[in-house]
Design a protein. Structure first.
Lengths: 75, 701
């Protein structure tokens, strides 16, 4: 199972579903990150964490531990 | 009969230009206060419409939905779910970022469901055009059954049209299709009986987040919770369903109104900037450089206006002294009030510049990058990347900074941030730093262009940052906080800061500082002047006669000086200073500094004013001089050398860098944490650290 945390820089995936953390997934939904959307890893912060992803033209920052809870499909 | 002023609330996602629109609508007629019962900043302003009616515009905190996640966002439901709230709006303007319209309409559809009249203001249309699409506002208006208008909050385009629309309260939209609620009709009917509200969606929002509804009485909350338990209500799962259903509706509407355009390449610039600002090494270098430039400019840019203000006050004071009849009242005016106020006003340029820079960093979108690159490091000390915003704002003033910690969702990280933010060198410390640095550091330039003073000042700011981070680590150990937090934030696109709104912030913050700090300092100055000008019994006359007898040969000025300083020594203030002198002697301070130190515990910025008052009372015989010159002339009574040596100077600098000397901060920490435990802990810890460090500084240098 591939998660958002496994993406390499510049790689694109498609959001499938969220595991466990309800607050996190609810907030992602509210911010406009929906299943079926394309997600691209823009970059990682200097110490490798958090990471910056791009969805529908907007950029979001989240920690790797959170990215681990977002299941994606390779494009 | 006077009709009630209509209230118009601005609501929207973060970074959609809500505040720009607010500035466009209200200009300089803004008031800054707090929302009832909470310390969240409430910005409101009056707008007079073409028909002569004046309405009140209220800027609500940005939020992604009516399910708030942070304390700031909770204000939105405080206001919108509670018809009796003093801020409950007659109309809501939902500001929409068209380039990200789906999630903006998610929030709009929730507000429409509350049956509050809504005007949709489409902002950032050009950005959407560059991305390759636009939306037909007629179709949107028709489908959503509400007023829709295109605006440009930066240039003011469409604002006149918006003002025309505001002349009438639009009727509430009839667009409501919530299938997700149908299954829960039974439970909603029960809630309805408890809340006595007829709006279905409002009851729905209440039952989904009872604990966040501050306006509900506790007994009602208990009743609602009992009902929820009985029905096994799984709030988060159901909210997810609701959000997805809303997105489906929104997509449907958008499909009908979307028009494709030719996209233009526009991201590249922002992404290229990010290549530098988010670079593993470069990112930190850029951040350090920016901070360094900020502090250098505070010194160099502010110097000219400061000199001007300083000399103006000195000449005003001597003008009054020569033209007013000599009396105790004139003395109070020139030595007490003017000296005290001058001590505050002179720092307005520096404070305005500092606030200006901070709002440039926030507005441009750079602050979010700083949060991003520092999160990992901050986590090691028990903080969150988002702690960076309170910490940096703490360099302006700890009070709004501690309130800004509300954006941190995690309670423990928020608490740690609140505890250490007062270590950041706030603008009230700036006057003290500036004064002491100018006494002990020479004007020699470093590397030709930088001033050594600027370097020392930057050093003090770093000392504050260092103390804050180390203390966070220490408190984390003491409070034994090991926990899981989450971090999810949007990184906004870079934007050119709007100079008008930055000017407005600088104006508001300086005004606030002068009024708030001015009140305290004025009071302290007057009390202090009284304490320093009077003595128990008639000790002042006794000492005066003694000195005249003792030094019959001195010239008149020298004699007057001797008398003035002897009088100060026997005055109430002098005696208090002498009383605490044994405690502060190890730090190198004499009783005069002791008096200023005591005054500083109410507000540290009182230091300069207090010193000014003490020394201008003492320097009776001399020409009016600035406080800087007076301190420079001060001699150590034992050695005859200048009193303000670098050891004493650094001891004072370190003391003021660490000590918790601000009643406002104590009060806000109490309010934000809801207990006296934390402000007291802070007070003891910080002042203890200040004492020990100042002791070391004085004795090692």
């Amino acid at each position: 199972m591939k998660t958002l945390a496994d993406l390499k820089k510049g790689e694109i995936g498609i959001i499938q579903s969220f595991t466990n953390d309800d607050t996190l997934s609810l907030k992602m939904l509210e911010m406009g990150c929906l299943p079926g959307m394309e997600v691209c890893l823009r970059c990682a912060a200097p110490l490798g964490d958090p990471i910056c992803i791009q969805i529908a033209g907007s950029s979001f920052a989240l920690r790797r531990s959170e990215a681990n809870q977002i299941i994606i499909k390779s494009n | 009969m006077k009709t009630k002023t209509r209230k118009i609330a601005l609501v929207g996602n973060p970074n959609v230009g809500k505040t720009s629109l607010f500035n466009q609508l209200t200009g300089l007629n803004q008031k800054v206060g707090n929302f009832t019962g909470v310390t969240v900043e409430r910005k409101s302003g009056d707008l007079t419409l073409a028909n002569g009616e004046t309405v009140e515009i209220i800027d609500l905190p940005g939020t992604y939905s009516l399910y708030p996640k942070s304390l700031d966002e909770e204000v939105v439901i405080d206001v919108l779910l509670h018809q009796q709230s003093p801020d409950f709006p007659d109309t809501v303007i939902v500001v929409v970022d068209v380039s990200n319209i789906e999630r903006n309409l998610l929030l709009a559809s929730q507000i429409i469901d509350l049956e509050i009249p809504v005007i949709l203001a489409l902002n950032m249309v050009e950005l959407a055009e560059k991305k390759g699409f636009v939306y037909d506002k007629e179709i949107l208006a028709q489908r959503l059954n509400c007023e829709v208008i295109s605006i440009n909050a930066r240039t003011g385009l469409g604002i006149q049209e918006l003002k025309l629309i505001l002349q009438n309260t639009p009727s509430a939209s009839s667009f409501r299709k919530y299938k997700f609620i149908e299954k829960y009709n039974e439970i909603i009917t029960i809630i309805q009986k408890i809340t006595h509200s007829s709006n279905t969606y409002q009851n729905w929002l209440v039952l989904n987040q009872v604990d966040k509804c501050r306006f509900l009485e506790d007994s009602l909350k208990v009743q609602i919770k009992d009902t929820l338990e009985k029905y096994h209500f799984e709030a988060t799962q159901i909210q997810k369903m609701e959000i997805l259903e809303r997105y489906a509706q929104v997509k449907d509407i958008l499909k009908a109104s979307r028009q494709e355009k030719e996209p233009s390449q526009f991201y590249s610039l922002g992404q290229n900037i990010d290549k530098i600002t988010l670079h593993p090494i470069g990112g930190y270098l850029v951040f350090a450089t920016i901070m360094f430039v900020v502090f250098q400019s505070i010194f160099t840019l502010a110097e000219y206006p400061m000199n001007f203000i300083e000399t103006t006050f000195v000449s005003l004071s001597s003008y009054l002294q020569t033209h007013l009849p000599a009396s105790k009242l004139t003395d109070l005016l020139t030595e007490g009030i003017l000296a005290g106020i001058g001590g505050v006003v002179v720092f307005i340029p520096q404070i305005a510049i500092l606030f200006g820079f901070i709002s440039i960093l926030e507005e441009s979108g750079y602050m979010a990058r700083v949060v991003f690159i520092t999160d990992k490091m901050m986590q090691k000390f028990g903080l969150n990347g988002k702690s960076v915003i309170p910490l940096i704002s703490g360099m302006a003033c700890a009070i709004p900074a501690i309130m800004a910690a509300r954006n941190i969702e995690d309670e423990k990280e928020r608490l740690l941030t609140i505890l250490v933010t007062p270590f950041m060198s706030c603008s009230a410390r700036l006057p003290i730093y500036t004064l002491i640095i100018s006494l002990i550091i020479s004007d020699t330039p470093v590397l030709g262009i930088f001033s050594l003073k600027g370097f020392v000042l930057t050093g003090l700011y770093f000392l504050g940052i260092f103390a804050a981070i180390i203390s966070a680590w220490f408190f984390q150990k003491v409070l034994n906080s090991s926990h899981k937090s989450y971090f999810l934030m949007e990184i906004p696109v870079y934007r050119m800061p709007r100079w008008r709104s930055i000017g407005l912030t600088m104006w508001q913050k300086s005004q606030e500082f002068v009024i708030e700090a001015g009140k305290v300092i004025l009071a302290i100055s007057i009390v202090l002047w009284g304490l320093a000008s009077y003595a128990p019994d008639n000790q002042m006359e006794i000492i005066e006669n003694e000195i005249i007898k003792e030094y019959p040969t001195l010239s008149e000025t020298e004699l007057e000086d001797k008398i003035a300083s002897a009088k100060l020594e026997v005055s109430y203030a002098g005696q208090i200073g002498k009383f605490i002198e044994p405690v502060i002697r190890p730090l190198g301070y004499d009783w005069k500094i002791g008096i200023a130190l005591l005054g500083s515990f109410a507000a540290r910025e009182a230091f300069v004013g207090t010193m000014a008052t003490i020394y201008s009372i003492e320097s009776k015989g001399e020409e009016e001089a600035t406080i800087r010159e007076l301190l420079r002339q001060e001699k150590n009574p034992q050695t005859g050398e200048p009193l303000y040596t670098s050891a004493l100077g650094f001891s004072l600098l370190v003391f003021y860098a660490f000590a918790m000397q601000c009643m406002g901060t104590v009060a806000v920490v109490y309010k934000e944490t809801g207990s006296w435990k934390y402000p007291i802990l802070q007070l003891v810890y910080m002042t203890g650290l200040a004492y020990i460090s100042a002791f070391l500084a004085y004795n090692l240098l």
